[in-house]
Write a protein that binds this ligand. Structure first.
Ligand SMILES: Nc1ncnc2c1ncn2[C@@H]1O[C@H](COP(=O)(O)OP(=O)(O)O)[C@@H](O)[C@H]1O
Ligand SMILES: [Mg+2]
Length: 403
């Protein structure tokens, strides 16, 4: 059994020389017009760089939790604090109700799988798998059983006597996972384990991890920058940005009810489309969104959510996923654009449409287009499905239904 709780966990790294340089440059540039180019926006205090801030999460026994977000958002740091490989600056970490901030990594009964496999090159696969058991002085017979079980679960039995260099990337990663599971840890931590594999193998290994999970009693925490991995693997996913948790929820919750613009844009492939628009009240007192000339009345549940929160008519960013936009003709609610590019995806076509200079993607089932297809340069009119439109405050970036 393994429940975990993270309460107000914070990580502050001391300033590195390169960060100091960056800060100096920023200071110099202040007052100048040009914004310094930066990929992330971490908070810097006199104490150092805040890599993770006020992280709160209760993880249930055997739950599969995924930390997802762009590079540098603090995923690995959080995982490493859980493993005990990194000190927790502030806050508490509990394992089954016991405070473990200061417990040694080897006494936490957790195992970790890294992106780069980290196998011992001079040992065979079998020896690699035996290693963590030997450290724990497990008797030979039991060790053999465990190694065979792990090899079976991961389909690496035929390679037990090979050295890692004689294996493919996918096989090496299976061995690395095998080495983590042989001793049946209470918590299995994985940091981008599939990132070094090509797309096809990654899909295959993703399915393997889903299977693996059914064979283990461990609680899983999995780190990735890939939203597809997060959506397919997680019972719940934690979306992070610049050291802050943006939203925690099931894949369906974060997809259907993104709390803010960042989550809306990060989750879902192709990305959600955003339009500048107005939230208005119609003569009948209901909410609608206006984008240019088009007016789209919102569905009943959206009406209720906005009304309950007393949302006033205002300027908004309207979000609509490519799969929730249709070409059907609904007078008064059509948006017009010109097709830039069409991408044939097999059973559907992705249309890239230029709407007032902005790119908008819509997914159209091929059946709807007929055999003639659709040419770039064509002007098309489309509308948004009223029950899947999102409205965001352009300044706070919050979803107005989730305030
Ligand atoms: N040892 C360290 N010293 C100082 N800063 C670090 C250190 N490790 C990571 N960071 C910084 O902390 C932030 C979060 O890093 P990390 O947790 O590795 O992000 P992720 O895994 O999401 O890509 C980054 O800005 C990174 O540069
Ligand atoms: Mg990382």
């Amino acid at each position: 059994m393994a429940t975990l709780s993270l309460r107000h966990v914070q990580k502050v790294y001391p300033m590195r020389d390169e960060d100091k340089e960056e800060k100096k440059k920023k200071r110099k540039k202040k007052g100048e017009e040009e914004e310094p180019k930066k990929t992330f926006n971490l908070k810097v205090t006199d104490e150092g760089v805040i890599a993770v801030d006020d992280f709160n999460l209760e993880i249930a026994d055997k739950e599969f939790i995924v930390f997802v977000g762009p590079s540098g958002c603090g995923k690995s740091t959080t995982l490493r604090m859980i493993a005990g490989l990194e000190d927790i600056t502030r806050g508490e970490l509990y394992l089954d109700g016991q405070l473990i901030n200061d417990v040694d990594p080897k006494d936490r009964d957790m195992a970790m799988v890294f992106q780069n496999y980290a196998l011992y090159p001079h040992m065979t696969v079998r020896q690699n798998l035996e290693f963590p058991l030997e450290l724990r002085k497990i008797p030979k017979e039991e060790m053999d059983q465990k190694v065979e079980w792990a090899a079976e679960v991961l389909s690496i039995t035929p390679y037990l006597d090979r050295k890692p260099k004689a294996l493919s990337g996918g096989q090496r990663q299976r061995v690395a996972i095998g080495r983590a599971i042989v001793r049946d840890p209470r918590v299995l931590l994985m940091d981008e384990p599939l990132s070094n594999l090509d797309a096809k193998l990654r899909n295959q290994m993703r399915a393997e991890i889903i299977k693996l999970r059914k064979n283990l009693n461990a609680t899983f925490i999995y780190v990735t920058h890939d939203q597809t991995e997060a959506m397919t693997l997680g019972d719940r996913i934690v979306i992070m940005r610049d050291g802050d948790v943006q939203q925690i929820g099931t894949p369906q919750e974060v997809f259907d009810h993104p709390r803010n613009l960042f989550v809306a844009g990060f989750i879902g492939m192709p990305q959600m489309n955003f339009f500048d628009g107005q939230l208005v009240k119609t003569d009948a007192g209901t909410y609608a969104v206006c984008i240019g000339e088009a007016q789209i009345e919102l569905s009943d549940d959206k009406q209720r959510n906005l009304a309950e929160r007393g949302i006033a008519p205002q300027r908004v960013v309207v979000g609509a996923r490519p799969e929730h936009i249709t070409l059907e003709d609904k007078p008064g609610s059509m948006i017009e654009g010109v097709i830039d590019v069409t991408e044939m995806m097999g059973s559907s076509v992705h249309l890239h449409i230029n709407v007032d200079g902005k790119d908008c993607i819509i997914i159209v089932p091929r059946l709807e287009l007929g055999s003639a297809g659709i040419e770039s340069g064509t002007t098309v009119r489309f509308t948004l499905a009223p029950n899947t439109v999102h409205v965001f405050d352009p300044d706070t970036e919050q979803n107005l239904e989730c305030l």
